[in-house]
Design a protein around this ligand. Structure first.
Ligand code: ADP
Length: 242
């Protein structure tokens, strides 16, 4: 499987509207993908053991997506095979008063993995150039400097032995609507729906633009971004696991 085709080459312009939200090849059917996913999940568990045994390196996985993009499902299905003792999942929400009193990377740095460990970020410091930019939560003079901060921050981590892999789960606006509708129809999924999601949906184009800037400015050799076609859950899981 050519996984590298999903990686954003550093410095290239990104047009998300031209990028697939469904994988066409090589998996046309779910069952083959399911077998391969199982193999990969096992391999990941073995690799985690080596990472822990050696305790020289660390792994940081960053997940970003629009609402209903599948971050939770990806963590469950792809990363569910890790030994919980060596993994830390950090979910970044609206900053608290104490967090906002500091620079925006302060709350992030504490959750980075130590040697032998894995951290998974469900949202991340990228919110500070996504939701913050789209909603003008700070002036452009402030957020526009953050791409450089972020690249340097990630370089510091990489220089300290952290392997960084960043995934944007790319869904279509139509698929998002279907998932929202499913949340509203199924009482077991109601809790996942918030009225704020609709506001974000209205800002879809602004978010796409903000994501495109992130992907083209912050995909680096030491911390690459991958754009994962995510309309179908099974091929999303397979590609991320690969
Ligand atoms: P999730 O959608 O990730 O499952 P929530 O529904 O609790 O979890 O959403 C978390 C919210 O926190 C999102 O709306 C996100 O945009 C917001 N958020 C995260 N980081 C920041 C930030 N730095 N500044 C403002 N809002 C943020």
């Amino acid at each position: 499987m050519n996984f590298d085709k999903h990686r954003v080459e550093p410095g290239t312009a990104v047009d998300l509207s031209a990028m697939a939200t469904e994988c066409i090849e090589p998996y046309a059917d779910k069952s083959q993908a399911k077998d391969d996913l199982e193999d990969n999940v096992e391999k990941l568990a073995d690799l985690q053991n080596l990472l822990y045994a050696e305790s020289k390196h660390a792994l940081l996985i960053i997940l970003q997506a629009m609402d209903a993009g599948g971050k939770d499902g990806t963590i469950r299905h792809v990363m569910g095979g890790f030994n919980p003792q060596g993994v830390h999942v950090a979910s970044f929400k609206v900053p608290t008063r104490r967090e906002i009193a500091h620079d925006y990377l302060w709350r992030i740095h504490k959750h980075t993995p130590g040697r032998g460990e894995i951290s998974i970020f469900n949202r991340s410091h990228y919110e500070d150039v996504l939701v913050v930019r789209v909603n003008n939560l700070v002036p452009p003079e402030m957020w526009s400097k953050r791409y450089d901060h972020i690249n340097e921050f990630e370089r510091l981590l990489a220089d300290s032995g952290v392997t960084i892999r960043k995934f944007f789960l790319h869904i279509s606006k139509r698929e998002q609507k279907e998932r929202f509708d499913a949340r509203l129809e199924d009482p077991r999924k109601h809790w996942k729906f918030s009225s704020g999601d609709l506001k974000v949906r209205e800002q879809w184009d602004d978010y796409m633009e903000a994501y495109e800037t992130v992907l083209s400015k912050c995909s680096t050799s030491y911390a690459p971004w991958y754009v994962i076609p995510s309309d179908r859950r099974w091929d999303r899981n397979l590609v991320v696991s690969q």
